[in-house]
Design a protein around this ligand. Sequence first.
Ligand SMILES: *[C@@H]1O[C@H](CO)[C@@H](O)[C@H](O)[C@H]1NC(C)=O
Ligand SMILES: *[C@@H]1O[C@H](CO)[C@@H](O)[C@H](O)[C@H]1NC(C)=O
Ligand SMILES: *[C@@H]1O[C@H](CO)[C@@H](O)[C@H](O)[C@H]1NC(C)=O
Ligand SMILES: *[C@@H]1O[C@H](CO)[C@@H](O)[C@H](O)[C@H]1NC(C)=O
Ligand SMILES: *[C@@H]1O[C@H](CO)[C@@H](O)[C@H](O)[C@H]1NC(C)=O
Ligand SMILES: *[C@@H]1O[C@H](CO)[C@@H](O)[C@H](O)[C@H]1NC(C)=O
Ligand SMILES: *[C@@H]1O[C@H](CO)[C@@H](O)[C@H](O)[C@H]1NC(C)=O
Ligand SMILES: *[C@@H]1O[C@H](CO)[C@@H](O)[C@H](O)[C@H]1NC(C)=O
Ligand SMILES: *[C@@H]1O[C@H](CO)[C@@H](O)[C@H](O)[C@H]1NC(C)=O
Length: 581
Amino acid sequence: MDKLGLKSKRAVLIVFYIALPLLLFGAVMYQNSNLGLFEGISKTKGLEGGEAQNNRASTFTASGSGAKNDSFDDFKNLSSQHMTDAKNESFSGLKNYSSEPATTTITSTIPNEKLLDGLLASGFDEKSCLSRYQSYLYRKASPHKPSAYLISKLRNYEDLHRKCGPRTEYYNRTMRRIIRDRHINVKTTCKYIIWTAANGLGNRIVSMSAAFLYAVLTDRVLLVEFWHDMTDLFCEPFLNSSWEVPKSFHSLGHHKKIETYESLLKNDRGNTSRESWPSILHLNLQHGSNDHDKLFHCDHSQALLHKIPALILRTDQYFVPSLFMIPSFKQELNKMFPEKDTVLHHLGHYLFHPSNEAWGLITRFYQAYLAKADEKIGIQVRVLSTEESRTRNLMKEVLDCTLKNKLLPELDTKKSVDSSLKNKTLKSVLVASLIPDYAEYLRTMYWMKPTVTGEIIGVYQPSHEGEQKSGDNKHNMKAWAEIYLLSLCDTLVTSSQSTFGYVAQSLGGLKPWILYKSLGEKDPPLCQRAFSMEPCFHFPPKYDCTAKTKLDIGSVFPSMRFCEDINTGLKLVDNLNSSQL
Ligand SMILES: *[C@@H]1O[C@H](CO)[C@@H](O)[C@H](O)[C@H]1NC(C)=O
Ligand SMILES: *[C@@H]1O[C@H](CO)[C@@H](O)[C@H](O)[C@H]1NC(C)=O
Ligand SMILES: *[C@@H]1O[C@H](CO)[C@@H](O)[C@H](O)[C@H]1NC(C)=O
Ligand SMILES: *[C@@H]1O[C@H](CO)[C@@H](O)[C@H](O)[C@H]1NC(C)=O
Ligand SMILES: *[C@@H]1O[C@H](CO)[C@@H](O)[C@H](O)[C@H]1NC(C)=O
Ligand SMILES: *[C@@H]1O[C@H](CO)[C@@H](O)[C@H](O)[C@H]1NC(C)=O
Ligand SMILES: *[C@@H]1O[C@H](CO)[C@@H](O)[C@H](O)[C@H]1NC(C)=O
Ligand SMILES: *[C@@H]1O[C@H](CO)[C@@H](O)[C@H](O)[C@H]1NC(C)=O
Ligand SMILES: *[C@@H]1O[C@H](CO)[C@@H](O)[C@H](O)[C@H]1NC(C)=O
């Protein structure tokens, strides 16, 4: 490295740490709401559904003006220059299509690839969310197709959401009952799961995805509570409805003592003769919230939860593997996901469409730095603990990993003149990190000397925010853009245990190279190829449903393995050979 004219002390500078802001939000839930209790709910005879929807539609369009046109025009030009032949065609289609007013769109005019092989519903207003129908132009077509069964489940879910979602008569009626009656003894037509935020953006995306899958499996409507730091990151995923919980819901905590899942389990285990159930329940699946195993992965618990109209879910975990453990869900999940390791790949593409503002950040960066590259390599460098920052030399690990595995070329230290000008291969490296040092190092390195292959290496980093700022909307906007940009790369190198990296790999359908080191051991740092593109569930259940014996993961659940980067975590793997799960 000294040959490159770089001081070795730089390697020391590049370590940093971030404490996990685990319980940061714990205290602020449901506070400070001055709204009246379900204000307006009593005025059920107000607007007709249609009128309410029109209001929605117009607020959507108005809120997203500004940068919209710009990015779209840029994009057109980009496409004609850099897209492959195959994309050429669909691009022309897009041009034609988008010049029509959104209201005239009909299913048959939208190419299937634009709807991600049927994953997305047609009929959305395109201008209010450009990314929804443009994302396919930026990605290689996924080799993983959503199953017909998954698609039908999604269409059914959308119907349910339209019927029971905010502002509907069903919503008003059910919520009124939930407020009024502490206990409930009949089945309500509509049931809800209200997701609340915990931890950083990566955790929120993986936990929302798990909550959505749970909602689909249990015929609940997923509502999300976004704080100011998450507004305007995503488009509305559900046609003619909304996934944001209405403001009036926030005041609930003030007026009503809400029972918890733990107390329900404690009081009611085995008592099937119970006649009434809490109308609403706190379901806390956040790790660290309780030491004992919560038995959420057991049919018995699910039977209890089934009777409760509204669940307020709090978790930062990707608890999808738990759902695969629940016997009554198994068959459905098998049909929905014949390829087990594609859960977040599909659900992520379905749920998380960057807002126009985020899409502007993504597409402008992409066009400027990545579009022309023959190959795009994403490197995410992130340290989770002080201990790690002290004991690791991450720059060295990144170099060892990328050079040894030939993701990046070696330097030709003998020559200072490029003789292999004939090789015009351009590799773009996208670095995502809170500090600029890694990217700067790589950039300088490939500037000072030619590569042995003659490949040209460009190194780019969208932002370096210094520290993770949960609770900051602009910070989250950049983080979301970076996650998405990483997912557009051909190859990924990620840091261990990072949900940020997990989301990027799942969206991109990529099995990343993971940088990790077991703490306290003398082993050299490792760089290992992930065996699945799914996220790791960091704190899976440990006990079987009698809570007596430890779960024997390998033999009971052949589609799960312990994670590469945290050996107590669990991860879904594709096991085409397995018919049990
Ligand atoms: C934005 O696009 C619309 C239609 O595509 C057009 O009518 C409008 O003039 C454009 N606005 C700007 C500022 O370019
Ligand atoms: C697109 O880019 C080309 C140059 O590559 C330029 O000549 C042309 O004017 C651009 N078109 C638009 C619509 O910006
Ligand atoms: C792609 O688009 C360019 C410019 O619009 C056109 O010249 C070319 O023929 C197209 N290629 C295909 C395969 O359609
Ligand atoms: C675009 O629309 C025009 C006129 O409506 C039509 O002639 C042309 O074939 C369309 N192009 C594509 C690629 O669909
Ligand atoms: C539901 O209540 C809201 C007020 O909270 C009201 O605006 C809306 O019109 C009601 N919807 C129906 C269908 O009653
Ligand atoms: C969504 O709303 C629009 C406008 O109100 C309507 O034309 C369309 O049929 C609706 N789509 C569905 C699937 O309900
Ligand atoms: C079971 O539930 C019923 C009805 O709520 C209650 O009367 C009874 O005391 C409960 N039994 C036990 C053992 O908790
Ligand atoms: C150009 O770079 C590519 C990519 O690494 C490599 O496979 C190829 O051998 C190189 N070509 C020449 C002529 O060096
Ligand atoms: C699939 O299962 C069969 C029999 O159970 C076994 O012989 C075969 O090796 C397995 N294939 C793979 C790819 O695991």
